[in-house]
Design a protein around this ligand. Structure first.
Ligand code: AP5
Length: 219
């Protein structure tokens, strides 16, 4: 199964993708994590992307599509988190899936924007793995340290309040049209993203029971 996680910044997409990866064997493809890695590695793509990210803007479609295409070579049992984010990205993604005879289901996280600021300002993440914590809602055992690999946790520069406001404007303008795109095709579920983290996982599995079945590797 291919899941497309759609929702505003702080909706819980990354959190839920990691849970489904750990429990059931999905592979998370997060364009945000990929771009942050390019930045950390100072690649040409990372250097080009950084001014957009720091301004809370979306990175241009051609850069993102080029970056993600290689990852989609092995496209089954993936969760795409943060992609597609514009109609041109969705068209490019649909074309890749059509070539492979695969379909995607969109999981649309419904959240009240009022909760997002507290979630985002309390977020701490491991830049190496993309695993996320929250100072209040999902704290690590030891502050600043990842439970899994002992790596340092950091706060993202684009989580500053003024940048988050701009990211929400970008989401409203460029990404919300994708909700209609997937609803029109019938391949979607809405999930209440407002409960506790475990409740949201349960809600996803209740809507898509096959998601809760461990993936059996055929290779
Ligand atoms: P990206 O990294 O994708 O950020 P985002 O989509 O804005 O989403 P976030 O990572 O902020 O939120 P999330 O929904 O994953 O929430 P999380 O699980 O962490 O993109 C960053 C930038 O990269 C973009 O602005 C853009 O510039 C660029 N970019 C990326 N993809 C692109 C693309 N396709 N095209 C163009 N540009 C692109 O949760 C947030 C916090 O809340 C955490 O602390 C978590 O512990 C906590 N939390 C989660 N769930 C709950 C819950 N149920 N209850 C309480 N707390 C919770």
């Amino acid at each position: 199964m291919i899941l497309v996680f759609l929702g505003p910044p702080g909706a819980g997409k990354g959190t839920q993708a990691k849970i489904l990866e750990d429990r059931f064997g999905y592979r998370q493809i997060s364009t945000g994590d990929m771009l942050r890695k390019h930045r950390a590695d100072k690649t040409a793509l990372g250097l080009e992307a950084q001014s957009y990210m720091d301004a809370g803007k979306l990175v241009p479609d051609d850069l993102v599509i080029r970056m993600v295409e290689a990852e989609l070579a092995n496209a089954d049992n993936i969760i795409v988190d943060g992609f597609p984010r514009t109609i041109p990205q969705a068209d490019a993604f649909d074309a890749v899936l059509a070539r492979k005879g695969l379909d995607a289901v969109a999981v649309i996280f419904d959240v009240d924007y009022n909760v997002l600021a507290e979630r985002i300002t309390g977020r701490w993440s491991n830049p190496r793995t993309g695993r996320v914590y929250h100072a209040k809602f999902n704290p690590p055992k030891q502050a600043g340290i990842d439970d899994e690999d002992g790596g340092p946790l950091v706060q993202r520069p684009d989580d500053a309040a003024d940048v988050v406001t701009k990211r929400l404007v970008e989401y409203d303008e460029k990404t919300t049209p994708l909700i209609a795109h997937y609803e029109k095709r019938g391949d979607f579920v809405h999930v209440n993203g407002l409960g506790e983290i475990d409740d949201v996982t349960r809600a996803i599995i209740a809507k898509l029971p096959d998601v809760g079945k461990p993936i059996v590797s055929t290779s």
